[in-house]
Ligand binder design. Sequence first.
Ligand code: F6P
Ligand code: MG
Length: 438
Amino acid sequence: MATSDKGLVGIPLRAKLSAKYKNSFAYPTIKDRCPVILCKIIDHLYRERLSIGKVYGMEAQEGLKKIIDLLSGLRYEMQTNKEIKPLSDGRKCCQIWNDYLNDEKNKGEGTTWFSASWMWSECYLYRRILESMSIVHELRDFDFFRHQKEEGFRDSLLSMEQLGEWLLQILPGEYPSCSVETQSLFNTLLQISLWGNKCDLSISAGSKQSATGNTLDQLQSLVDRILVDQSSLAWSSLEVSNQTVDIVMDNAGYELFTDLCLADFIISCNKATKVRFRLKNQPWFVSDTTRQDFDWTINNLCGENENSALSKLGARWKSYLTNGMWEVLVDSFWTYPHVYSELQQVDPQLYSGLAEAKLVIFKGDLNYRKLVGDINWETTIDFKICLQGFLPTNILSLRTLKADVVSGLENGQAEKLTSQDKDWMINGNWGLIQFAQA
Ligand code: F6P
Ligand code: MG
């Protein structure tokens, strides 16, 4: 439970969250949710060994046994609170991870699964899964979450079609980019993209999560669930046209579709001449979008029934990608253990890249945790203070709450929310639209 002035009860104010605090969501994450995610991968690899063998060859099929052993060992390490180990799969970022481990050791911080910072241990899990896959050359880039992401996409097709039809109706509108009507549509698209973030597969430990029903009908009833809404500040930051907006993406499936709708609107109402999508370079937190997922999604939209809104949007979005109005960028920093106040030092090039944009939209819960440092803040603290100097340009966060980290609330709001819904910080039913001006 979080309080306005002291943050989470029983955890030192402004401490980094860690599974060593049983009161934090970090604890059940490392204890239960992560092992379940691992079990599901093991199960999937075992069940699909023959079909994997057909595609990747006999050696890969044989190699799966070793991978499964490694993943079972990883689960054991996690559940028995072993030391975090150096990585050795020869990928470029090994050094980054091993330096991080050494730094934590030198600082006297916890370096076991339950004593380490939550951000580090949870990110490290996904990196270790990748390391296990690396022992079989053919499976080095195998996406062990792809089937779940594709299922999430297919299960949301009806909601996507409804949203797509609406988008196609409003897009060609003659809205001057500064009109009240355009601003109101912008706010609607921000909310659609915000609630799209409910559909991630990591909070449910990989169980089905898809959109159902008509999102637009649902928006009105969700308005009171937006705890902070600074949409108008984001709108004002886009006063001038001929500029770039970046979106640091989160989940594939329905959320990705909502993000593409938002990006299209930003271009169509002349708020930007370019939108850059920033994606993960490896399978991450189950449902996060990789380049492959992005391309697969656009191609599958194009392949829908030719009269459907989805195929029209697919073709439209493909043309944005071809003519350079949309660009896809894959950066390795997003899958490092670092929080964003460390970005400039660790990846100065990426920091300058972000600074070229007029606005960077950060999608989702994990991005929010990284923005605010995954710290036990008092819930009333200013969002901008929590960024701890990370402000390459204007920042907008669209996030449903799925971790017990929050900022920018009013005094007494956290307590009121707890009496209304004891799981408000972690159940994904509450949202934030938070802005920080550079
Ligand atoms: O497991 C940690 C966590 O950050 C959760 O809090 C959240 O459910 C999930 O991972 C990722 O959420 P998102 O896809 O919104 O970043
Ligand atoms: Mg995610």
